[in-house]
Design a protein around this ligand. Structure first.
Ligand code: GUN
Length: 314
């Protein structure tokens, strides 16, 4: 038996269609939401992410701008830039792409962003809103996880939800959102005693620890809904062979493209044991930028005293 695939690309298209309509309505009222992405240094992955974020803005007709600064940029220069962006009225969302270079005080820079423009949802004020269940800007990947679960008709109320991974960006906020949706939550991590047994309690299992194929069949309750947040790039034949039981297809992909993307869940095990699961690629990934767009529109509305649309309230 094979679990149902939760198609992130399809859910992204549904959300963007609704969002497009909202953007058109706002534009009729003279509002054009705008996002500024700040990229410091020359991290290749960050360059790809930022390009993709700006391109998605353009495809929706949103105002967007990319500010690229060299790897030698200081904390003070970034604080000055953030202050200017905070005061520019056409900028509704400010995104500081992470990681910042090592000499920069990342926390200080993120805390300088106006919480009303913090479309990543990383500012302590927004984290506080999230924990206490008040409306605010929610981190994009966790918001995407919840949209996939909701739009796939999976019941969160009363379910046991286990989140593996305790990062500030994914694990902790995802657990909070699951709890606000009335799931009973467990957050576990690499130090958890008998991690597979704890994970196996989950009717919903979210894998977000950033380790390729770490969650194997013995972590998965038969029939569970498994959401895989991992994005791990395999670059060698040895790595591919370590992850896949039958590596034939993955090795072909490696030969053709030079790399293979895998999640935090072992792909063959999840197909066999889960009732439903997000694949990698094509699961949670497409939702992250989508929710950034949703947050940018929400920030534009909220700054003008308008209520959030239903999608962004959870
Ligand atoms: N780097 C990796 N993921 C993210 C993210 O979600 N937001 C930002 N700003 N930087 C990232």
């Amino acid at each position: 038996m094979s679990g149902r695939i939760l198609d992130g690309n399809k859910i992204r298209d549904e959300i963007l269609k609704d969002l497009q309509k909202e953007i058109e309505d706002l534009r009729k009222g003279g509002i054009n939401p705008g996002l500024t992405a700040v990229l410091v240094g020359d991290n290749p992955a960050s360059q790809i992410y930022v390009r993709s974020k700006v391109k998605t803005c353009e495809s929706l007709g949103l105002f967007s701008e990319k500010i690229e600064w060299p790897a030698s940029t200081t904390t003070e220069q970034l604080l000055d830039l953030v202050d200017k962006l905070n005061h520019r009225d056409e900028v509704d969302g400010i995104l500081i792409q992470l990681p910042l270079p090592p000499q920069v005080d990342t926390k200080k820079v993120l805390e300088a962003v106006d919480p009303a423009k913090d479309v990543d949802g990383f500012h302590p004020v927004n984290i506080g809103y999230l924990v206490s269940g008040r409306p605010g800007l929610v981190p994009c990947t966790p918001a995407g996880v919840i949209e996939i679960i909701k739009r796939s008709g999976v019941e969160m109320k009363g379910a046991r939800a286990v989140v593996v991974g305790r990062s500030d960006i994914v694990g902790k906020p995802t657990a909070m959102l699951l709890m606000h949706n009335h799931a009973t939550i467990t957050i576990c991590h690499s130090r958890t005693r008998d991690l597979p047994a704890v994970a196996r309690e989950g009717d919903i299992l979210v894998a977000a620890m950033g380790k390729a194929a770490y969650v194997t069949g013995d972590f998965i309750k038969p029939g569970a809904v498994v959401i895989d947040v991992g994005q791990n790039v395999l670059k060698t034949e040895e790595e591919v062979r370590r992850v896949f039981r039958d590596p034939t297809e993955a090795l072909q992909k490696l030969a053709a493209k030079g790399s293979v993307l895998v999640g935090d869940v072992q792909p063959e095990d999840v197909r066999e044991k889960a009732g439903a699961y997000t694949p990698v690629p094509g699961g949670v990934g497409p939702l992250t930028i989508t929710m950034l767009m949703v947050n940018t529109v929400q920030a534009a509305r909220a700054r003008r005293g308008m209520r959030a649309q239903a999608l962004t309230q959870s």
